[in-house]
Structure formats: structure tokens, C-alpha cells
Design a protein around this ligand. Structure first.
Ligand SMILES: Nc1nc2c(ncn2[C@@H]2O[C@H](COP(=O)(O)OP(=O)(O)OP(=O)(O)O)[C@@H](O)[C@H]2O)c(=O)[nH]1
Ligand SMILES: [Mg+2]
Length: 609
């Protein structure tokens, strides 16, 4: 075995928001990959529009810096549990990981998930306690909690011998001892060079595993991955081995390596490096690209199973086809199946209805991001309420269960525990830091968590944080009765009028403004009672000849409650749908007319009897 001393490959892993992408900023800025006058901003690697809007990383991405003559390939990963598949997908390119932990929050559920994964793969871990500048940072306590986590998860003794650094990623500094004044990020670079093993390489013909895909309008599809054996140059003939073990031949067009935010064209690249190659039009993640001399496949990338499913269907509302460019079954189907090439933890299935597809993901956010992406690409479609995916293990029907962590204050303990017990949650831990900050930990079936986020945010007035990670499967328990109130349903099509909306506001909250086009069966508000009721929001005030002194005073409407896509998905019940178009997100009943809904209710009652 040989080593490439001129390279280190590291992945940055952590719980959501602990500062991974900010740390990459610091490494990039210090290694002077930008021109002096270049305005680069923050969270440089979060380049996708949705990532910038939401301030979270959704997709793993590669970059590289050179420090003391050594190239450090860096892989930034997302911290949100719904995108765990991204971490599982790229971690195989690395030999070491930087495990970031927020100096206030300490290790969180996703910290444990990613650390377990990295340790199982035998990667060298460097712990970086980040955000040490935060006023209430508790470095000593967090250090000991991390130690406990290693004791629990380590698969061999050597793994307990990890290095710890302390960073203020925002400032771009890292130190080896707490309390030391920070100068720059070089202690982190030095630690990486000294402790992360250089890539081991096998000699022999070329072999690489495709861990990521990109595309370019000129270069076509770009396959990204680590070279495990041999070398590759442009014009080389290679074999692609796909999931079924089938092989086809291609000629490599270009070989590119990473530096800063750029990909540089190189004559050739060798084992140990992370490269991007073009010219292989039909490549998928997990495929092996190898020399025809020895075209053996590397083990494919395994990612965890999806836990939540919902249907995506052709828009069947009376407004269908008005706002989107891609609205047909064929277009919807093609787009969904294309997503599978890069979104490894997603599954798509045809259903009995040719216009509807079952889409399975790792959580509501995972599916919501796909919906939002498609909407921005001009697709129009409808989606159902997300449901937890049950399966059969050893002849028993089981359902996914998650660990839910809530950081809140004392005053909300009562309301939260009551809400959660209705959702079949069981409290497993409660900690008070003595200052009124509480951390509650629950075990909860995924189905209980669906639809919880919006009521959580309203009942804690937005100042609590919730996080959940997949735990495993447990025998299926009974249904959860929906705690949501009924809805206000438009009874007539037309354009909404202040007068009609004002009448609706006497019944509950409304979701739309005057002048909005509605159709019969569209949901326009939330009732203050449990039943759904039809309301005519297009109703005009009757004109009379007699002017009354009071009734003509302009009515003042309460501003409507506008839902985001995620809130809309979280809100709907089984007999409802979310209509998604590039311009609007509408909520509707599946059955549009009042008489259809009445008939369906009496049919259900009859079948219960
Ligand atoms: N005070 C302080 N804030 C920091 C530090 N590092 C990051 N932040 C802030 O923490 C927030 C989250 O930072 P990100 O770098 O996006 O975190 P992340 O781990 O990449 O998040 P995900 O990719 O979504 O999991 C941002 O508002 C940063 O400005 C730090 O050292 N100190
Ligand atoms: Mg990030």
C-alpha cells in the first residue's frame, strides 16, 4: 500500500446549524482562494437558491484548499436529519471528519447520528467545539458530553483518542486550548495535516466510485468521486458499471480537480484525489468508473430507508393548467424519476391511478424541498398529506419512531407535554440548566410528528426549537385522532370580496386576501370548531336604496394567515390536497362539492355501523 502525502480528504459533519458551512468559509478565506477585492459574502458553499433562502445546507458539496503544499479536499454536508442521505452518500470519499459541536447546544441527536456513521466507517475524527464566542458557551460541559458520546459509539479503543479544537468559525479562528486568544484558522489546518491519514492508494488500473453528480450546459453530465486505484486522463477509454452490474464504454472528455470554488482542468489525476470527470452521459451515483483492463465494481453506496410518503398527482383542480408550464402526467412522471439519479434516499413508485405517483422521503422537509424545487422549475401538480411508512418485520406491522428534542423554557412544559401525549409521544429525558432553559426529549412515532411543527411554533410563540432523528421501528400503535379544527371551504367560485371574507372571519381565521380567485371546494380558512363549513367568500353586500349610517363604514379585515409550502403540507388532512403551481399554493378538499363530501361522510358512517 502507498500513501499520497500531498492530499487529505475530510468531510465536515454536525447537527444542523452548528456552523459547518461557516467553517468552510473560514478555511477558504484564509487560504486566499479569492482575489483581494472579490466580495464573497457568507455561507459561500450554500450556492443553491433554496439553500440561500432557508439558510441551511441541502446538498453536500466539494471544495479544496492548499495548505503547506498539501491539498485538503473538503466535503461540506447538511446537518438537517432529513438530508442524512447526503451525508451517507459522500462520507465514503473522506478519510477523516471534522465533527462540529455548538459550544452552547452541545451534542444533539444528529451529532450522534453522523458520528456513529463516521466511526463505523473507521474515519479519523477531529472534534471542533464551535461558536466559543457565544456568551453562554459551556465548553467544559460540552467537552465531557462529547466524551460520553464517543464512549458509547466507538467501535475500537483508538477512536477514543481524538483531538479537540475550539473555534469561532464566524471570526475565522481556531485554538488548541480553551481560553487561548485566536489568531486564524491555521491550528485547524495543522491538526488536519498531522492527524487525518493521507489517502491510501492501490496501484493498478483506474477505478473510481461516483458519489455525486453535477451538470453543465457545455460539458454535459459531470461525475464526481474519489479515485481509489490508478489514474485517469482525458481521452481515456473507461467502463461504467451500473447497479445491475452492466457495463458500457465511454471516452473521458475532461478531468477536473477542485480548488476553492473552481474546478480546474488537469491532464490527469491519480488515486487518492477527488475528481470530476465529463464525457460519461449515462452515469448514476453509486456507479463505478474503471479501466477496461479491470472493470470491477466498488461496493455501492447504501443509504437509509425513507420514512414518510405522499402522493404527487397531476393537478385536478378547476384551475389546472393555468399557471404551470409542465402539467401533464408524462412530464410529472419523467421529472420525478429523474430526481432519483441524485436524490439517493428518495423513492418513486407508480400507483393504480396513472396520474398519481407515490413519493417516499426521509421526512417532511426532504419532500417539501423537492416540491419547492419543481414548482420553481414551472411544474404544476397536487400533493397529499404526508404519511409515515409502515412495514412488516418478522410478521409484525411496525412503524418508524423518532427521537424528538425540544429546547424551550419552563412555561411551555405543560402545553408541550399535553400536545405530545395526544400524539403518542413518551418523554425520555428532561433537563433544566437552572436558568429556566429546558431540554425535553421524547420518543414519538413519525406519524405523531407529522403536522406537529406548526402547532409547536404557535403554542411556544416561535421561541423554541425542535429537532428529530429517526430511531428505528416499533410495533404499530393506533391511529392519532387529528387535533386540527375544521376548515372554511369556498362554496362558490369567483373572486373574493371583502364582505364575504368578513363574514368568514366571524367563523374563524382566513387564508386569502380580497380579490383572490377561488373555486368551489378550495380551503379558504380555519374554522374555530371541529367541523368543516362552506362559506361564500365571493358574496357581495346586498345593495339597498336606503343608506344606513353604520353599515357602510368600510369593513376592516384581519390580515390573512399566509402559509408557506411546508406549513401547507403540515396542515392538510387525508381528505385534502395541496395544489402547487409556480405562482400559488392552494389548499383544497379532495371532493370539491358539498354534496360529494356529505355523501362520503354518510358512506363512512354506514361502513362503520
Ligand atoms: N456566534 C457564532 N455564530 C456562528 C459561528 N459559526 C457559525 N455561526 C452562525 O451559525 C449559523 C449557522 O451556520 P452554518 O454555517 O450555516 O451552519 P451549518 O452547520 O452549515 O448548517 P446546516 O448546513 O444547515 O446544517 C449562522 O447564522 C452562522 O453565522 C461561530 O463560531 N460563532
Ligand atoms: Mg451548512
Amino acid at each position: 500500500m502507498n500513501y499520497r502525502n500531498d492530499i487529505r480528504n475530510i468531510a465536515i459533519i454536525a447537527h444542523v446549524d452548528h456552523g459547518k458551512t461557516t467553517l468552510v468559509d473560514a478555511m477558504l478565506k484564509q487560504s486566499k482562494v479569492f482575489r483581494n477585492n472579490q466580495a464573497v459574502g457568507e455561507l459561500i458553499m450554500d450556492s443553491n437558491t433554496l439553500e440561500r433562502e432557508k439558510g441551511i445546507t441541502i446538498m453536500s458539496k466539494n471544495t479544496a484548499v492548499v495548505y503547506r503544499g498539501v491539498k485538503i479536499n473538503i466535503i461540506d454536508t447538511p446537518g438537517h436529519a432529513d438530508f442524512s442521505g447526503e451525508v451517507e452518500r459522500v462520507i465514503s470519499m473522506a478519510d477523516g471528519c471534522l465533527l462540529l459541536v455548538d459550544s452552547v447546544e452541545g451534542p444533539m441527536p444528529q451529532t450522534k447520528f453522523v458520528l456513529r456513521h463516521a466511526l463505523q466507517r473507521g474515519l479519523t475524527i477531529i472534534v471542533v467545539i464551535n461558536k466559543i464566542d457565544r456568551p453562554n458557551s459551556r465548553i467544559a460541559e460540552v467537552t465531557s458530553l462529547i466524551q460520553d458520546l464517543f464512549l458509547e459509539l466507538a467501535t475500537d479503543m483508538d477512536q477514543l483518542d481524538y483531538h479537540v479544537l475550539y473555534a469561532d468559525a464566524k471570526e475565522g479562528t481556531a485554538v488548541t486550548e480553551p481560553g487561548m486568544p485566536g489568531k486564524d484558522i491555521s491550528p485547524l489546518f495543522d491538526c488536519i495535516l498531522a492527524n487525518v491519514p493521507p489517502p491510501q492508494i492501490e496501484s493498478g488500473p483506474f477505478q473510481m466510485l461516483v458519489s455525486n453528480l453535477d451538470s453543465d450546459s457545455h460539458k454535459g453530465r459531470i461525475a464526481i468521486g474519489r479515485i481509489w486505484r490508478g489514474k485517469v486522463a482525458s481521452h481515456d477509454t473507461v467502463v461504467r458499471v451500473n447497479a445491475d452490474g452492466n457495463m458500457d464504454y465511454y471516452e473521458i472528455a475532461e478531468v477536473l480537480t477542485y480548488l476553492g470554488l473552481k474546478r480546474l482542468k488537469v491532464d490527469q489525476a491519480e488515486a487518492g484525489d477527488i475528481v470530476a470527470v465529463t464525457g460519461i452521459e449515462k452515469v448514476s451515483i453509486g456507479d463505478t468508473i474503471a479501466s477496461p483492463e479491470q472493470p470491477s465494481a466498488l461496493p455501492r453506496i447504501e443509504v437509509g430507508e425513507p420514512t414518510v410518503e405522499m402522493t404527487f398527482g397531476v393537478n385536478t383542480s378547476p384551475f389546472a393548467g393555468r399557471e404551470g408550464r409542465f402539467c401533464t402526467t408524462r412530464q410529472l412522471r419523467k421529472r420525478l424519476y429523474k430526481e432519483l439519479e441524485t436524490n439517493l434516499s428518495l423513492r418513486v413508485q407508480d400507483t393504480d391511478s396513472p396520474d398519481t405517483f407515490l413519493v417516499k422521503g426521509r421526512g417532511e422537509l426532504h419532500l417539501a424541498i423537492l416540491i419547492e424545487t419543481m414548482r420553481r422549475e414551472d411544474y404544476e401538480f397536487e400533493v397529499s398529506k404526508p404519511e409515515a411508512i409502515t412495514k412488516v418485520i418478522d410478521g409484525k406491522l411496525v412503524e418508524p419512531v423518532e427521537l424528538l428534542t425540544i429546547d424551550t423554557s419552563e412555561e411551555y412544559i405543560g402545553v408541550l407535554t399535553e400536545m405530545l401525549s395526544k400524539r403518542q409521544a413518551r418523554m425520555v429525558d428532561m433537563r433544566n440548566d437552572g436558568l429556566g432553559n429546558i431540554r425535553l426529549v421524547f420518543q414519538i412515532p413519525t406519524k405523531g410528528l407529522l403536522g406537529f411543527r406548526s402547532s409547536f411554533l404557535t403554542s411556544t410563540r416561535g421561541d423554541s426549537i425542535m429537532n428529530s432523528v429517526f430511531l428505528g421501528y416499533e410495533p404499530l400503535r393506533g391511529e392519532i385522532i387529528s387535533a386540527r379544527n375544521g376548515v372554511l371551504v369556498a362554496s362558490e367560485p369567483g373572486s373574493t370580496i371583502t364582505y364575504g371574507l368578513n363574514n368568514a372571519q366571524e367563523r374563524g381565521l382566513t387564508f386569502i386576501e380580497p380579490g383572490t380567485l377561488v373555486y368551489e371546494g378550495m380551503i379558504v380558512g380555519l374554522n374555530s370548531r371541529l367541523q368543516d363549513i362552506p362559506v361564500n367568500v365571493c358574496k357581495e353586500k346586498k345593495k339597498t336604496n336606503i343608506r344606513s349610517s353604520t353599515s357602510d363604514i368600510a369593513v376592516k379585515l384581519t390580515p390573512p394567515l399566509k402559509m408557506s409550502l411546508e406549513q401547507a403540507i403540515d396542515f392538510v388532512n387525508r381528505d385534502e390536497l395541496v395544489e402547487v403551481t409556480p405562482e400559488n399554493i392552494r389548499l383544497r378538499k379532495k371532493l370539491l362539492t358539498y354534496s360529494q363530501r356529505l355523501r362520503s361522510i354518510s358512506a363512512t358512517r354506514l361502513s362503520i355501523k
